[in-house]
Ligand binder design. Structure first.
Ligand code: ADP
Ligand code: MG
Length: 324
């Protein structure tokens, strides 16, 4: 039973970057306006994520690392969302199983913050601590009890790169949130720091492409809404590395959607190259399928033709509104 739990957890938690993604998404859900990620040895030794969000009370804190512990199902509509959106209440439980974790949190409006320590899924202790606001989750020694899994991880340098990529992508889904990512090895080093602001400025920061090259367009075609922020043919790239896709504010990686986008761009781009930018798709949950494996990033649209048409129209709109 215990071994099975650990193996299952090892599938949910692929590597340090997947821990960072889950923890930061929790900070988003807690309405944070500031998130700080600090890593040691590429996150293999330690990952800590602080947010100034709404926090947890003592009762929540005791529950949060158990399986199926989620505070995010409040009504039937939520249950439906969960069915189509993927696992709920599994992230902290999985991470707790394969690490030494501590969570300190202070619920808004309460005078005391508490910290709980969990090792390999077992609670060690719980005590009051000093914390003004929000939550800090510290994950140490990832896979300490799953050596086979640990052996698959890359060097701290590679894991650091992956974490950096994940933090940047996540921040694009919430450009208003202040973000910081740093390493704390022999020397402290800031890998990413964003004071919060507009999406074009954040895109400029992440891609190095001047924000003047990005064009925005919104297309509302009920029940879908698409927001495109892309460079047009005045700035092309030889790769698709700088295209990010978000469905219902959740960052996904789906080759199929990228392909649909590129097909829509083809009449304008020909063989010029690729744009940089962000695609936000809003769709009702009953029109999408999310692969329920938490480590997966895929989303299927029930009606891919409709999605193609939408993206084509949005792309056309960008190219017809010549306001450079
Ligand atoms: P889920 O996000 O699907 O609910 P998780 O395992 O990621 O599941 O988190 C479990 C629960 O722990 C959340 O539902 C939430 O109540 C609480 N929680 C986790 N992280 C935070 C945070 N940073 N701030 C406030 N509450 C949190
Ligand atoms: Mg979560």
């Amino acid at each position: 039973e215990e071994i099975r739990g650990k193996i299952a957890a090892g599938e949910v938690v692929e590597r340090p970057a997947s821990v960072v993604k889950e923890l930061v998404e929790n900070s988003f859900d807690a309405q944070a306006s500031y998130i700080r990620v600090v890593i040691k040895e590429g996150g293999l030794k330690e990952i800590s994520v602080y947010d100034d969000g709404e926090g947890m009370d003592l009762e929540d804190l005791k529950l949060c690392y158990h399986h199926f512990a989620t505070s995010k199902i409040k009504n039937l509509a939520d249950v439906f969302k969960i069915v189509t959106y993927g696992f709920r209440g599994e992230a902290l439980a999985s991470i707790a199983q394969v690490s030494r974790m501590s969570i300190a949190s202070r619920r808004e409006g309460q005078d005391i913050a508490y910290q709980i320590e969990v090792e390999g899924g077992q609670e060690l202790n719980i005590k009051p601590v000093n914390l003004k606001k929000g939550t800090v989750v510290v994950v140490r020694d990832l896979f300490f009890n799953l050596p086979a899994r640990k052996a698959f991880l890359k060097s701290p340098k590679t894991e650091t790169l992956k974490i950096t990529e994940v933090v940047k992508g996540l921040s694009l889904s919430h450009p208003e949130i202040r973000f910081e990512l740093k390493t704390q090895d022999e020397k402290e080093k800031i890998l990413f720091s964003w004071e919060g602001g507009t999406l074009p400025r954040l895109l400029q920061k992440i891609t190095g492409i001047d924000q003047k090259y990005f064009k925005e367009v919104r297309l509302e075609n009920p029940p879908y809404i698409i927001d495109l922020i892309l460079t047009d043919t005045s700035y092309t790239l030889p790769h698709t590395k700088y295209i990010w896709i978000f469905v219902n504010q959740r960052w996904i990686k789906d080759e199929k959607i990228v392909k649909i986008l590129l097909t829509a761009l083809k009449p304008f781009y020909g063989n010029l190259g690729f744009p940089a930018g962000v695609v936000f798709i809003k769709a009702p949950y009953h029109l999408i399928d999310v692969n329920v494996h938490p480590a997966k990033w895929e989303v299927r649209f029930r009606d891919e033709k409709a999605l193609h048409q939408l993206l084509s129209s949005a792309v056309e709109k960008i190219f017809s509104e010549k306001k450079f």
